[in-house]
Design a protein. Structure first.
Length: 130
């Protein structure tokens, strides 16, 4: 009986205090931008941090989930990569994101390895679910 009370108390503490241990990047972020044709696009980021490691996923378009690789956090700086493939038969590309957290705003630069050009993105925290 004592054990189950302790277990329940610990479970309640863990559930209620989990947000206290979340890193400042943890959660879902949304960036809106214009593509080359001028159409409105969105990218969702779902982040989880443990110390200086960043994990999660990036959603481009309605259903394309790309999992974060080589994710790092250094103070308010962040960097990570995601691999994607436009079409079957094509070699995968790697998008590289680097950025800086400024309060509830995440300023990112997106590049593609081996290609020229960069795109600046501004992401805001969102309550939307992925």
């Amino acid at each position: 009986m004592r054990f189950s009370r302790r277990l329940c108390a610990f479970a309640a503490w863990a559930l209620l205090s989990a947000p206290l241990f979340a890193g400042p990047l943890d959660g879902i972020w949304l960036a809106k931008y214009q593509d080359r044709q001028g159409r409105s696009r969105q990218i969702w980021f779902q982040f989880a941090t443990v110390k200086d490691k960043l994990t999660g996923k990036v959603r481009i378009g309605p259903t394309a989930d790309l999992y974060i690789q080589k994710g790092k956090v250094n103070g308010n700086r962040v960097s990570f990569e995601v691999e994607f493939q436009y079409d079957e038969g094509y070699r995968p590309d790697t998008m590289v994101f680097t950025g800086k957290l400024e309060g509830d705003t995440l300023r990112l630069t997106r590049t593609t390895k081996g290609k020229e050009g960069a795109q600046n993105l501004v992401a805001q925290r969102t309550a939307e679910k992925l």
